[in-house]
Design a protein around this ligand. Structure first.
Ligand code: SF4
Length: 73
């Protein structure tokens, strides 16, 4: 299922630096595949969009986990 954040997501809209091929692969895997595995999606839904920076890429689950641990409410 595609991600409902597609339209506004800087990653999906090529506003974040990434190799074109890898970017396309991530879009297919996460944005148009399984959004629930996307680090950006996980942080946005569990902590809030304000925690999602332009340095957080979809595959950075280790960073997402760290953020979740540090900011658990
Ligand atoms: S990068 Fe993550 S949050 Fe952004 S559109 Fe793709 S799946 Fe959704």
């Amino acid at each position: 299922m595609t991600c409902e954040k597609l339209e506004k997501c800087p990653f999906y809209n090529d506003k974040m630096d990434i190799n074109r091929g890898i970017g396309a692969m991530y879009k297919k895997t996460y944005c148009e595949g399984d959004k629930t595995k996307c680090a950006r999606y996980i942080v946005a839904t569990q902590l809030g969009p304000e925690y999602v920076t332009d340095k957080l890429y979809p595959n950075m689950n280790n960073v997402a986990n760290k953020l979740l641990e540090e900011n658990k409410k």
